[in-house]
Design a binder for this molecule. Structure first.
Ligand code: HDE
Length: 703
């Protein structure tokens, strides 16, 4: 049986369906009634012997478990991973990475970091990207993020950092926000945060979709081949749909309009068969080259630039099944950096070392004891035999009289036998030193990679970063903290520090603290990546009674054919009268949605339709706001009138003399119905595929 089917069969044994069943107690006793308690008389007290009420209420009282102390808000899915070929076998004994015939089942959980379980998805934050591989050699967890570096270098600082970013302790404000005094106070005093803060202030912190973000293992890990030789490795996930972000104003509005935006997107993509995909890649560094970089490979605040060490493709991961039950699976999944398999090992990165302690510790609290590996989502596909016994929620019935090793009564089983890579053996690294509590000197460069990141950004991305610093620091009440952060930024780039200072009412530094080294890494920019098309992009089509049904149907067909997801939005739910063919079914009422929930908007022809939409404030705002956020906007026939009403600034819009006009992502044509040229759809779809018209100036557009 294929490995992925084995995991599914294992889950099957735990799945429960209620269809065609009878209501029972937890003991399997059928009950006659579940709406009224057992009372002494019509209006009397409830009786203690009412076991059904007591059980029902007691279970309810105990329904909650502690949320994750970080990464509390998340969404997960099952899928599989398969290597393309066996090239990595030279470097690792891990079969799931090297045998192209093995498709390994996975469970992936994406998350935000700072917010609590019920917080909004689209806040400015790092995203977790944790993958559990159920391999034949045991579970391997790659517990990464969507940014390749971290805030701190040593795990002992983690509680300090998390306390600083979480809601402030006196009033529990603000929820899921980094824009407050304690975080920036911490940052100003802890300059090792600067590189990660550049990432956090960048568009990376606002992913359009979990399906459109990269993942990184962050730490340098070690691959170990069948002969026991080690190679340093950094893991990368690259999304097939490209890496794309929302804009800040949009994210804040989505947080109200649809707080489940990223979670819903993942769920719907899988339900509709648009399975998200990533390519796993590795950067390999021979041990002999450990010290050839100007930074320490053990320092998790550093990347290895892709231009220095290319990312080599290993295989493909596809997520193709949603969980059946959020709590049982997504909430109870327990990741742990120390879950590794033969062929992969740790390094002495002090952040990783602390994580190797923390994850098991936190699961013991969160999942109530040491038997959480018995929970279906956590169970390995590989067989499990050991002498660990008992504990809360023991689900296994261990037979036999021996639970110790060595034993003769149990035939010496479970036996310790075999050689690496059949068994896991720790990499034999020579370690010696004096016991000290001191950061290595090789960890002392806090700024050069923050500068590298800044230098690598396009002008648009730089504008967004400056705006983000201004917003965040603008929410900081203590002016001296704002000034201290500007002083830190002056160590990253003088121009950046001046631009930020200007927006937050503190003096701009007169001189640079460190000269900018001038190096860049083009791979760090999201906007230099190739365009990836329109697959799964959501397009709102605004219609009302009297719409050009023929033109609209052609538009819908063209979008569907390209892989986009068109939705018809009308002033009210129900049927919409077409001016020239069959009526159309609206997918949603405009006022239940918003432009921020779509990637593009199009207004078809139809004099009555456009007249009605022009009088509908939601519809007009819809177009203006989509334009403001840089989205592709289209209109044909008299649909153009709604664009004029929506005020798209200086944008060139087609007149009757034009055929098709495409200007800053706004695609207009005066024709309609069957005479609308097919090229109109091609042009529009190309613009949607650009993700955003970043060169559009929207600063004066009110929305
Ligand atoms: Fe985590 N982290 N972390 N972390 N982390 C947790 O584990 C911790 C760090 C990451 O979807 C916790 O089960 C320490 C880096 C993800 O279930 C906890 C340190 C990276 C997830 C914990 C770090 C991460 C967690 C909370 C510094 C990126 C969510 C609940 C030494 C490479 C996993 C839990 C999921 C979750 C501790 C730093 C990623 C408390 C002590 C660096 C994706 O164990």
């Amino acid at each position: 049986m294929a490995l992925r089917d084995e995991k599914d069969r294992q889950l099957d044994s735990a799945r429960v369906d209620s269809v065609d069943t009878h209501l029972t107690s937890q003991q399997g006793v059928r009950v006659d009634h579940t709406d009224d308690s057992l009372t002494a008389g019509d209006r009397g007290p409830t009786l203690l012997e009412d076991f059904h009420t007591r059980e029902k209420i007691t279970h309810f009282d105990h329904e909650r478990i502690p949320e994750r102390v970080v990464h509390a808000r998340g969404a997960g899915a099952y899928g599989h991973f398969q290597p393309y070929d066996g090239w990595l076998a030279e470097f690792t004994a891990a079969q799931f990475l090297t045998d192209p015939d093995i498709s390994t089942p996975v469970f992936v959980r994406f998350s935000t970091v700072a917010g609590s379980r019920g917080s909004a998805d689209t806040v400015r934050d790092v995203r977790g990207f944790a993958t559990k591989f159920y391999t034949r050699q045991g579970n391997y967890d790659l517990v990464g993020n969507n940014m390749p570096v971290f805030f701190i270098q040593d795990g002992i600082k983690f509680p300090d950092f998390v306390h600083a970013v979480k809601p402030e302790p006196h009033n529990d404000i603000p929820q899921a926000q980094s824009a407050h005094d304690t975080l920036w106070d911490f940052v100003a005093l802890q300059p090792e945060t600067m590189h990660m803060m550049m990432w956090l202030m960048s568009d990376r912190a606002l992913p359009r979709s979990y399906r459109m973000m990269q993942g990184f293992g962050v730490h340098t890990f070690r691959l170990v081949n069948a002969h026991g030789a080690g190679t340093f490795v950094k893991f990368h996930w690259k999304p097939v749909l490209g890496t794309h972000s929302l804009v800040w104003d949009e994210t804040q509005k989505i947080a109200g309009k649809d707080p489940d935006f990223n979670r819903r997107d993942l769920w719907e993509a899988i339900e509709t068969g648009n399975f998200p995909e990533w390519e796993l890649g590795v950067q390999l560094v021979p041990e002999a080259d450990e010290h050839r970089f100007g930074f320490d490979l053990l320092d998790a605040t550093k990347i290895i630039p892709e231009e220095a060490v290319p990312v080599r493709p290993v295989g493909r991961m596809v997520l193709d099944r949603n969980p059946d039950n959020f709590f049982a699976e997504t909430e109870q999944v327990a990741f742990h950096t120390a879950n590794i398999v033969p062929g992969i090992d740790f390094t002495n990165d002090p952040l990783l070392q602390a994580r190797n302690f923390s994850y098991l510790d936190t699961q013991l609290l969160r999942l109530g004891g040491p038997n959480f590996a018995h929970i279906p989502v956590n169970r390995p596909v590989a067989p499990v035999h050991n002498n660990q016994r008992d504990g809360f929620q023991q689900h296994q019935i261990h037979r036999g009289r021996t639970s110790y090793f060595k034993n003769s009564l149990g035939g010496g089983c479970p036996a310790v036998s075999g050689d690496f890579p059949e068994v896991f053996a720790h990499y034999q690294e020579k370690v010696e030193g004096t016991k000290i509590r001191r950061r290595s000197m090789s960890f002392k460069d806090f700024y050069s990679q923050a500068t590298l990141f800044w230098n690598s950004m396009s002008e648009t991305e730089k504008d967004h970063i400056v705006a983000a610093f201004r917003f965040e620091l603008g929410k900081v009440d203590h002016i001296e903290i704002r000034a201290a952060v500007v002083d830190q930024l002056n160590h990253v780039d003088h121009e950046l520090a001046i631009l930020v200072a200007k927006g937050i009412g503190v003096p701009a530094p007169e001189q640079e603290a460190i000269p900018n080294h001038g190096h860049s890494s083009p791979a760090l920019s999201q906007l230099t990546a190739p365009v990836t098309g329109v697959r799964t992009r959501k397009v709102a089509i605004l219609i009302a009674d009297g719409v050009d049904g023929k033109g609209t149907r052609r538009l819908v067909a063209a979008l569907k054919e390209s892989g986009a997801i068109p939705e018809l939005l009308a002033p009210a739910d129900g049927m919409v009268r077409s001016a020239n063919d069959d009526d159309l079914q609206a997918d949603r009422a405009i006022n239940t949605m918003a432009s921020v929930l779509y990637d593009a908007v199009v207004v078809p022809c139809g004099p009555d339709s456009v007249a009605a939409l022009s009088k509908d404030g939601y519809a007009v705002h819809f177009v203006t706001e989509a334009f403001k956020h840089g989205k592709a906007v289209g209109a044909f026939g008299v649909g153009i009138k709604l664009l004029r009403k929506a005020n798209l600034g200086e944008t060139r819009i087609a007149t009757n003399e034009d055929d098709i006009v495409s200007d800053v992502g706004v695609v207009t044509a005066p024709a309609a119905e069957d005479s609308l040229p097919a090229q109109y759809f091609d042009t529009l779809i190309t613009e949607i595929g650009q993700h955003r018209a970043w060169h559009r100036d929207t600063s004066s557009i009110p929305a």
